[in-house]
Design a protein around this ligand. Structure first.
Ligand code: GUN
Length: 292
């Protein structure tokens, strides 16, 4: 069993981006600038956004963190999105999800200019993705694909089973892995809460991707010998033995899976850092696409 080390791979990508930024700076070109909007103070969202801002600093990107109180109105948030769309200094921005229930998430993501939508959540970018046209790919699926590419995981003709059909991970990933590309050319089964024979399907998977947010949902009896396991889950579970009182747990029982898998992503240090790395790649791309 080999670990797919997302932390190390993401570090390598960051180094590559750092070099590109240095070259741009030497040529007197603009520094990429990412803005992140965070509503409320959910611990998970705060640590993701903080990690994104920190990654910018390390690479040499400019970054701006904009925080709103949990009770911010939808209109105020929409006005901020419009302001960021028009701000020439900002190359790309994200609004961290989930948003409080009184705010319509779709309305917010649809208002983000597709040219600055480095999360790849806008319908225009999702449509381009479906048609295999240029655009921004959602960061988590793009990070998973990049990890597979760099580890030269064979995907062509393989059966890939994805657990979870979210707009952010499962659904876009099912399209990206089934299209005619490398990585890609998989036969994909996208499973969800109404899937009847989940265990049987998982046992047929050459590549098993778990993205449901249920700690250690995937057990040994669901894994085919030699399968590639990608664990997207990052649930905070109480852990009194840790100083901070919690630990991150994936959707896969790592110990179970390690005895059967050929490759596996750990949690933490697997998909998470790759999501951030692909957001950074998208930010550089946004600036280049916008002709700066
Ligand atoms: N919430 C969970 N994942 C993501 C992500 O990739 N981007 C944003 N904006 N919110 C998220």
């Amino acid at each position: 069993m080999q670990r797919l080390n997302g932390k190390e791979t993401a570090l390598q990508i960051r180094k590559e981006l750092q070099e590109k930024v240095l070259i741009r700076k030497e040529l007197g070109k603009k520094t990429p600038h990412l803005a992140a909007v965070l509503v409320g103070s959910d611990g998970g969202s705060l640590s993701y956004v903080t990690a994104k801002v920190k990654a910018c600093e390390e690479i040499g990107f400019d970054s701006t963190l904009i925080r709103f109180d949990e009770n911010v109105s939808e209109d105020t948030l929409l006005a901020k999105v419009i302001e960021l769309n028009e701000d020439q200094n900002i190359d790309g921005f994200i609004v961290q999800l989930p948003l409080p229930h009184h705010i319509n998430e779709t309305k917010i993501t649809d208002t983000i200019s597709p040219n600055k939508d480095v999360d790849g959540f806008h319908p225009m970018n999702l449509g381009n993705m479906m048609l295999n046209l240029p655009g921004f790919l959602p960061a988590t699926p793009a990070g998973i694909i990049e990890l597979m590419r760099r580890y030269e995981i064979e995907t062509s003709g393989k059966h890939c089973v994805i657990i979870g059909r979210s707009n952010i991970v499962g659904t876009p990933l099912s399209m990206m892995l089934s299209r005619n590309s490398n990585p890609g050319n998989c036969t994909v089964t996208l499973t969800h809460s109404r899937t009847k024979n989940l265990k049987e399907l998982c046992l047929q998977a050459d590549i098993l991707i778990a993205a449901i947010g249920r700690p250690e949902f995937v057990s040994a009896d669901m894994i085919k010998e030699g399968a590639v396991i990608i664990d997207v889950g990052t649930t905070r579970v109480d852990d009194a033995s840790r100083e901070r009182g919690w630990r991150l747990v994936g959707d896969v029982n790592f110990k179970d899976a390690s005895s059967k898998a050929s490759y596996i992503t750990p949690v933490p240090g697997g998909v998470g850092p790759m999501t951030i790395a692909s957001l950074m790649m998208n930010t550089l791309k946004a600036m280049e696409l916008n002709g700066k």
